[in-house]
Design a protein around this ligand. Structure first.
Ligand code: NDP
Length: 330
C-alpha cells in the first residue's frame, strides 16, 4: 500500500473545542500494538456519533482516529495468536476512545483484543452487525441466562428502528419470541414487521415519567434508550421478568422506583460490550453467524462510503439512521 493512507482525525484546539477532519497518516504514526490489521470494513455506531460530534466525551486522547469496531485482515503480528492473512474482528476495548480506531486503512492494536471472523460470516456482514448488533446478542444471551424463554411471554425492544433494536428484533423473533417493538418512527412499521416484530408501539407510551408499578405487559426487554423509557419498561415487566439495559439514547439517568425489583422480583441486567470477556465475545459472534438471518441482516443494512462517515455520525446522534450502516474502507 502507499506510504500514507486516509484517516478521520478528531482533534482539540486550545479552546478545548473538538473538531473532525480527514487527514493522511502513515503506519509510523499508529499507536503501539502487537498486531497490524488492514481495516476492510467498519461501521458507524451511536458511540462513534458521539465521538465525532463531540456530543459526549467519548474521545479521551487527542488527536485520535475514531471508530470503535472493524473487520479486516492481519498484515503483521508479534502476537502468538495471530499471523498475516488471519481474518479478524475488533469491538471496543477503548479503540476509538483512547486508542486509534477503525477510520483508517490500518489499525495497530493489542492482539488480545481481536476475535476471529466466525465461520459463515463475511467481514462485511460482521460490520453490518457491528458493535450494536453484537450488543443486541449479548442482551439476548443475558435474558436467556435469566430464564426468559419465549414461553414466559412477550419481550419489548426499545429504540427498535436503531441498530441495537433492529438486530435484537431479528434475533429474538428467530428464537421464537413475541417481540413488541417500541419506536418513535411508526412510519417504519413495515420494516420492523419484516425484521420480526409482532407488535409495534409508539415510544411516546414509554418516554414520560414512570409509575412505580404499571400493568404487566412483557416478560423481558432489551432497552437501548435508558432514562424514563427504561423506568417504564421495568414498571411494566411481569413477575420474575428481566430487562437487559444496554443504551442511553434518551438519557443516562434512571428515574425509576425500586417497586418492580422488590414487589415483582424483576431483574435489571447490565450489558457492557466494551470490556466483555473473550469467552462471551466468541459465543456472541458464533451465535450471530449462525442465528442471524442473512436476509434480515441485508434488510437492516445501508452501505455507505468512507467519505460519508462524518455525516452518518451526525445523523445517528439525531436518531436519523435506520438499522445499521456498513462502510467499505477505500
Ligand atoms: P441508534 O441511534 O441506531 O439507535 C438508537 C434508537 O433509539 C434510535 O434509532 C431511536 O429509535 C431511539 N431513540 C433515539 N433518541 C431517543 C429519545 N430521545 N427517546 C427515545 N428513543 C430514542 O443507536 P444504536 O442502536 O447503535 O445504540 C443504541 C444505544 O445503545 C446507544 O445509547 C449506544 O450508546 C448504546 N450501546 C451500548 C453498548 C454497550 O456496550 N452497552 C454497545 C452499543 C451501543 P426509534 O426511532 O425506533 O424510536
Amino acid at each position: 500500500m502507499s506510504e500514507t493512507f486516509k484517516a478521520i482525525l478528531v482533534s482539540r484546539g486550545e479552546d478545548k473545542r473538538q473538531s473532525v477532519s480527514v487527514a493522511e497518516l502513515s503506519e509510523a504514526e499508529l499507536m503501539d500494538g502487537d498486531v497490524t490489521v488492514a481495516v476492510e470494513w467498519t461501521t458507524v455506531n451511536y458511540k462513534d456519533g458521539l465521538a465525532i460530534t463531540g456530543k459526549a466525551p467519548v474521545v479521551r486522547r487527542f488527536p485520535l482516529v475514531p471508530g470503535i469496531d472493524f473487520a479486516g485482515t492481519v498484515v503483521s503480528s508479534r502476537h502468538a495468536g495471530w499471523k498475516p492473512g488471519d481474518k479478524v474482528i475488533l469491538n471496543g476495548w477503548g479503540v476509538g476512545e483512547t486508542h486509534f480506531g477503525a477510520y483508517a486503512a490500518r489499525a495497530r492494536v493489542n492482539g488480545d483484543w481481536l476475535v476471529p471472523l466466525p465461520e459463515g460470516m463475511s467481514g462485511r456482514e460482521a460490520m453490518a452487525v457491528g458493535t450494536a448488533g453484537y450488543t443486541a446478542m449479548l442482551s439476548v444471551m443475558a435474558l436467556e441466562r435469566h430464564g426468559i424463554t419465549p414461553q414466559r411471554g412477550p419481550v419489548v425492544v426499545t429504540g427498535a428502528a436503531g441498530g441495537v433494536g433492529s438486530v435484537a428484533i431479528a434475533l429474538l423473533s428467530r428464537l421464537g419470541y413475541h417481540v413488541i417493538a417500541s419506536t418513535g418512527r411508526l412510519s417504519e412499521g413495515a420494516y420492523l414487521t419484516e425484521l420480526g416484530a409482532t407488535e409495534i408501539i409508539d415510544r411516546a407510551e414509554l418516554s414520560g415519567p414512570a409509575k412505580p408499578l404499571d400493568r404487566e405487559r412483557w416478560a423481558g426487554g432489551v432497552d437501548a434508550v435508558g432514562s424514563h423509557t427504561l423506568a417504564n419498561v421495568l414498571s411494566m415487566t411481569s413477575y420474575g421478568g428481566a430487562v437487559a439495559a444496554c443504551g442511553l439514547a434518551q438519557g443516562m439517568e434512571l428515574p425509576a422506583s425500586v417497586a418492580p425489583f422488590i414487589l415483582r422480583g424483576v431483574s435489571l441486567l447490565g450489558i457492557d460490550s466494551v470490556m466483555a470477556p473473550i469467552s462471551l465475545r466468541l459465543e456472541a459472534w458464533r451465535r450471530l453467524a449462525s442465528e442471524l438471518d442473512h436476509q434480515k441482516l441485508a434488510t437492516l443494512t445501508t452501505p455507505i462510503g468512507f467519505d460519508a462517515i462524518i455525516d452518518a455520525a451526525r445523523d445517528i446522534v439525531e436518531g436519523r439512521i435506520r438499522g445499521r450502516v456498513v462502510v467499505e474502507m477505500p
